[in-house]
Design a protein around this ligand. Structure first.
Ligand SMILES: Cc1cc2nc3c(=O)[nH]c(=O)nc-3n(C[C@H](O)[C@H](O)[C@H](O)COP(=O)(O)OP(=O)(O)OC[C@H]3O[C@@H](n4cnc5c(N)ncnc54)[C@H](O)[C@@H]3O)c2cc1C
Ligand code: SF4
Length: 361
């Protein structure tokens, strides 16, 4: 993706000065990893209180099967060009200034943090990605004393880089892509994916929010829900279908490449060079979820141990063969090899319980 992104920056002359990247670096990802702890303040979101009762009645009358929850009198998504432009303006004026810093942060009280909520507007073609990038760049170049380049570069990379890259992968790899299951995963989605009813606080928040608002930001989709689905070895068909049904921005070309590719590694590395998996450590580092959780993020074994910890080591052990030639997995696999045999066997025993009875955890 990085090479593609650089090519796109040059091709479209975006943040290029004398043939070189503006700011002296192509990628400021390293500065995009702060945890949000209540500061800086997040300006009140621009909300839409639309009444979609009639549309909901039509859906019910047509007996369309639905899931999730809706407050039909308070539908909070932009649906016209004017609405979408106002979301874009709101983002430039209020959120861009901290977008990059808190891109990976997670918080129980803030669903959107500094994210733009522009994916639906672009995917439904109400706004063009070029127009979004142009507007955000104009705002940045008018305010360079206030807005650091790392904030804008992070945003441009998501749209010009990741979004366009996924589009290319989709058209190059489909239709075979939709059947890939490189890691041979076959489990079913737990029931709590339809209710949010679980003792695991991070999943309760991320899934509950998805069911209520049809939105979760990237790290909730990737490192909480997707991480859990991959570690519990759920069939990618089930994962795809859930993501395609739950999110307002889910359109197959940008959904399946993220789900089957980036999140579930079912394409064996076409999109990502290694699977995005982690134990509780990462979630605790980036969020406040673990503080209020029934489970302890530091415990590996016992009733109160965070299920992610056992699932993580179990996954690496079970999928050993798939990763033996992957250099990017070498460090993780060498840590696995150094694990005490008895501890690993106990971890695997606990992971088995979680996988067999996911709705009890
Ligand atoms: C498992 C999984 C499933 C996803 N499914 C979808 C999907 O169905 N539709 C969708 O549009 N995005 C999807 N994404 C990408 C990303 O999570 C959403 O685009 C983003 O959360 C939308 O919120 P936002 O507009 O506030 O994004 P911001 O954080 O404000 O980012 C700005 C824009 O960058 C683009 N973007 C960022 N990351 C990606 C990415 N990985 N791929 C493509 N575009 C990206 C989006 O257009 C987004 O609006 C998925 C990611 C994962 C990990
Ligand atoms: S302790 Fe584990 S389950 Fe609970 S919030 Fe943290 S990572 Fe999630």
């Amino acid at each position: 993706m990085e090479n593609f992104y650089r090519m796109m920056r040059k091709k479209h002359d975006i943040m290029i000065v004398n043939g070189q990247p503006d700011g002296g670096k192509w990628n400021f990802d390293q500065s995009n990893r702060k945890k949000w702890t209540g500061e800086p303040e997040i300006p009140h979101e621009r909300g839409f209180r639309k009444d979609v009762t009639r549309a909901l009645e039509e859906i019910k009358e047509a007996e369309v099967k639905t899931f999730g929850n809706i407050e039909a009198e308070n539908f909070n998504w932009p649906t016209s060009r004017g609405d979408c432009l106002s979301v874009l303006n709101y983002f430039c004026e209020n959120l861009l200034i901290h977008f990059g810093d808190y891109q990976d942060a997670l918080h129980t009280e803030e669903k959107y943090l500094f994210h733009s909520r522009l994916s639906f507007a672009m995917n439904s073609k109400i706004l063009s990605p070029k127009e979004v990038i142009d507007k955000v760049l104009d705002h940045y170049y008018e305010n360079t004393t206030e807005i650091d380049i790392s904030q804008i570069e992070g945003f441009v990379r998501q749209i010009l880089g990741w979004r366009e890259y996924m589009r290319g992968i989709y058209w190059k790899e489909m239709p075979d892509y939709a059947n890939l299951n490189e890691l041979d995963n076959h489990n079913k989605l737990p029931d709590f994916f339809w209710s949010g009813d679980t003792k695991m606080n991070c999943l309760e928040h991320a899934i509950g929010q998805s069911l209520d608002d049809a939105y979760a930001h990237h790290i909730q989709r990737l490192m909480v829900i997707g991480n859990y689905a991959l570690l519990t070895q759920i069939h990618p068909d089930e994962v795809d279908a859930w993501y395609l049904g739950v999110y307002i921005d889910a359109i197959e070309w940008v959904e399946i490449t993220n789900t089957r590719g980036m999140s579930q590694f079912a394409d064996g590395g076409v999109v990502a060079t290694k699977p995005y998996v982690s134990s509780a450590n990462y979630i605790n580092k980036m969020s406040n979820y673990c503080g209020d959780c029934h489970y302890s993020h530091t415990k590996k074994l016992g009733e109160k141990a965070c299920p992610f910890n056992a699932l993580y080591w179990n996954f690496l052990d079970e999928k050993r063969e798939h990763f033996k030639n992957n250099n990017r997995m070498a460090m993780m696999m060498s840590l696995l090899d150094k694990k005490d045999k008895k501890e690993l066997s106990d971890l695997k025993e606990r992971a088995k319980k979680v996988i067999e009875h996911p709705d009890k955890f």
